[in-house]
Ligand binder design. Structure first.
Ligand code: NIG
Ligand code: FE
Length: 416
């Protein structure tokens, strides 16, 4: 049974400042940091945070008190870009990658995403559900309480729908909250023989309206990349999605800069994802149109590329950025957002405050949930990651170890 009230003490509490939108540029270096702090929780929501001895009015007969001396509290981490639901795995491509075969060449040969499409088509709902649920368990123990999950390993209606239904079901059954994104435009199906235009038309006429009608996703996304979908095709699909009131995201400038960022700026997508190859001009456009840059350094790492997204330039240009795993079987097989955060520091030279803002408040706004999660603001859900660390620098400096001990979701201990 949930205690009516809960009071939790920590050595340090990190909370982003909620400006009712994602933090941009220099704002990402600001935060509330409380030493010797407490969080008071009522009915699963944040009642108050403060330092020292809490006011007596916060303690009632039924208040449970938990002491986390020596530990750090941050809002539950939000993984705002994952390809959660899929069949099979792709370790068979690893040796090829080590021998220098590129990601896009593997895809061109019918491997990569297309290989996962074959495994996903042949997987039952239960198989996909169990596999995704296990992946969510892994994310949860690393401190994640909310996950965005894309479809895109079906490329036909039946399988895309199955993927989104798995997300819907997990949203009911798993402690992690899920936000669903429809991404049939993830690769051109083999039976279309490279005819991306025809596939985009099919998505627009046959799939998008059904996704809307059956309330299977809030967002629509597309992979704008050499050999996958062009900027023109991306514009067409995302405009159609916008007309149906979907919120938009776009995989842009992941490997080549082919105009996806222009589409993001023109259509004012909520975010543009990856951006490893982003240009100065593209950064300026995203900054002017308020597009959030969602950076996925684990993908650069896993693709064995040298160039990380220019995070610092983006902040200097006044952009808002987020960080996420991109968890998928090909370009980033991981469930560990802490490693991604560490890459944000080690490879992009972001500071710990910038990194924690990126995976909490900014990620919350990027999935459309900024009003209820992402900071310890009164009335928001009490989602808490408890780190076995004395301060926010420590979990970024002490790398490649899971430092999250306990996780609270809506004020309840869900991982220990
Ligand atoms: O975000 N870029 C496209 N999609 C994924 C990779 C998916 C896969 O390789 O299975 C990504 O990197
Ligand atoms: Fe992705």
């Amino acid at each position: 049974m949930r205690a009516d009230k809960l009071l939790v003490h920590f050595s340090q509490i990190f909370s982003p400042i909620d400006k009712q939108r994602a933090l941009k540029g220099a704002e990402m270096s600001e935060a509330t940091i409380i030493e010797d702090g407490y969080i008071a929780i009522k009915n699963g929501k944040i009642l108050k945070i403060g330092s020292g001895t809490p006011d007596e009015s916060l303690i009632g007969d039924h208040t449970k008190i938990h002491d986390y001396t020596g530990k750090l509290a941050t809002p539950g981490l939000i993984d705002c870009h994952t390809h959660l639901v899929y069949g099979g795995s792709r370790e068979n491509e690893f040796a090829k990658k080590l021998n220098g075969v590129s990601y896009l060449d593997i895809l061109k040969e019918g491997g990569g995403i297309l290989s996962t499409v074959r495994s996903t088509k042949s997987a039952s709902f239960d198989t996909l559900y169990n596999k995704s649920s296990h992946l969510l368990d892994e994310m949860l123990i690393h401190g994640v309480t909310t996950v965005e999950a894309k479809s895109g390993y079906g490329l036909d209606w039946e399988t895309e729908k199955r993927q989104m239904e798995v997300v819907k079901e997990l949203n009911h059954t798993h402690p992690i909250d899920l936000v669903s994104t429809f991404m049939a435009a993830h690769a051109i199906p083999e039976e279309f023989n490279g005819d991306g235009d025809a596939f985009i038309d099919q998505i627009i006429s046959e799939m998008l309206p059904k996704v809307k009608e059956e309330k299977l996703a809030d967002f629509c996304d597309i992979f704008c990349e050499t050999g996958v979908f062009t900027a023109e095709q991306s514009r067409k699909l995302l405009q159609a999605a916008k007309d149906l009131d979907f919120k938009l995201r776009i995989h842009a400038d992941e490997i080549d800069s082919i105009g996806g960022v222009d589409v993001a700026a023109e259509l004012e997508t909520v975010s543009a994802e990856h951006l490893m190859a982003a240009t100065d001009e593209g950064i300026k456009k995203m900054s002017e149109s308020g597009v959030i840059g969602n950076l996925l350094p684990g993908t650069t790492f896993s693709l064995m590329a040298d160039t990380y997204a220019p995070a610092k330039k983006m902040l200097d240009a006044g952009m808002a950025i987020t960080l996420s795993t991109d968890s998928n079987p090909g370009s980033c097989p991981t469930a560990n957002i802490q490693f991604i955060m560490q890459l944000g520091c080690f490879k992009m030279h972001l500071t710990p405050i910038q990194v924690f803002n990126a995976v909490t408040i900014n990620a919350a706004y990027s999935v459309g949930l900024g009003e209820s999660i992402g900071s310890f603001t009164e009335g928001k859900r009490a989602d808490i990651a408890v780190f076995d660390a004395p301060n926010i620098d420590y979990p970024l400096y002490f790398f490649a170890t899971n430092l999250v001990k306990d996780v609270y979701k809506n004020g309840e201990l869900v991982s220990k």
